[in-house]
Design a binder for this molecule. Structure first.
Ligand code: SF4
Length: 316
């Protein structure tokens, strides 16, 4: 028996509930286009699928309320096959939508266009408390699906609130998820070596990621996850006001700069974001997989060193 798109969508709402996902969106916060379309489509589907349940309620509320009445299990269409469980809930949902609804996310929006640059630059003494306030605002965040994807710790940032140089990666891995600090695993060790080769110590730079919760299986963050979480990174950048940001990998570059281009086409030249100069280089995890690219990454770091007047440490 083939299911209508509406029945499929209803099945996936049930599927998400089974995954423990009840509160995907906050109704008082800006939504990105695809989730809004999904919400509309799901709400539409709920209203059309015949079921012995009360009249539909807005999906945001319906999904939030674990106790919301559900139709009898037998009345629901079957859940997605087990083999589809590897896909993210958004892939599953999008796969049921009309081509218009399932269209890819619109092109990323540069950080510079997401919020005006604050007029006031905080003094060095004010920055630690301002960053703590951002961390407090994040709280035990459930603003995006990564809150329900098995994270253990929210990985806020590490380093000097007054750093001249900031590194932005993609998201926490297993070691970071366990420790609550960014770049502490093998890739973190390599990043520490890269920072040392630039004549700096890790404590002298500021390190953060596009998303603060670990994507399951270290997959690339979904646009809805990155677009939701980057509001905090923008605040962190605006507080620290680094002179230079190094985007580690394509995901960091995509969201910082609002461009979807190959890493190769972005490397070797300067970009800008939030008043800082931005250089793009390989993610340390990629360099661990392909050490032949370390020389290329070193060229990128030398460009940064030239800009900042940094010198490699003298050899002992
Ligand atoms: S990734 Fe960011 S927005 Fe998503 S739950 Fe974690 S802290 Fe919140």
């Amino acid at each position: 028996m083939s299911l209508t798109p509406q029945q499929n969508l209803r099945a996936y709402v049930d599927y998400l509930r089974d995954l423990g996902i009840y509160d995907l969106y906050r109704r008082d916060e800006p939504q990105t286009l695809l989730p809004e379309l999904l919400r509309t489509a799901i709400a539409d589907s709920v209203s059309r699928v015949p079921m012995a349940a009360p009249p539909p309620v807005p999906v945001a509320r319906a999904v939030s309320a674990a106790a919301a009445p559900l139709p009898p299990r037998a009345a629901l269409p079957p859940r997605p096959a087990a083999s589809t469980k590897e896909a993210s809930p958004f892939d599953l949902l999008a796969s049921t939508l009309s081509p218009e609804l399932a269209a890819p996310m619109p092109k990323p929006i540069p950080f510079d266009d997401l919020a005006p640059l604050p007029l006031k630059i905080l003094s060095p003494a004010e920055r630690p408390a301002a960053l703590e306030a951002v961390r407090a605002d994040i709280g035990d965040c459930t603003r995006c699906p990564l809150a329900y994807a098995g994270r253990h710790k929210i990985v806020f940032a590490d380093g000097d609130p007054n750093a001249r140089l900031m590194f932005v990666g993609e998201g926490p891995g297993a070691d970071e998820d366990a420790s609550g600090l960014p770049f502490v695993g093998k890739a973190g060790q390599l990043l520490n070596n890269m920072i040392g080769a630039m004549g700096l110590k890790r404590e002298e730079v500021y390190i953060a990621n596009i998303v603060k919760c670990r994507p399951p299986g270290n997959r690339t963050p979904e646009p809805v996850e990155a677009n939701t979480c980057t509001q905090f990174l923008i605040k962190q950048i605006d507080i620290v006001r680094p002179e230079v940001i190094v985007a580690l990998g394509a995901t960091a570059a995509t969201y910082l700069l609002g461009v979807k281009q190959s890493l190769g086409s972005l490397r070797g030249r300067w970009h800008s974001s939030r008043g800082a100069k931005v250089a793009v280089t390989y993610h340390p995890a990629f360099l661990l997989r392909d050490p032949r690219q370390k020389g290329e990454a070193w060229k990128d770091l030398q460009m940064v060193m030239g800009e900042m007047g940094l010198k490699p440490p003298a050899k002992a």
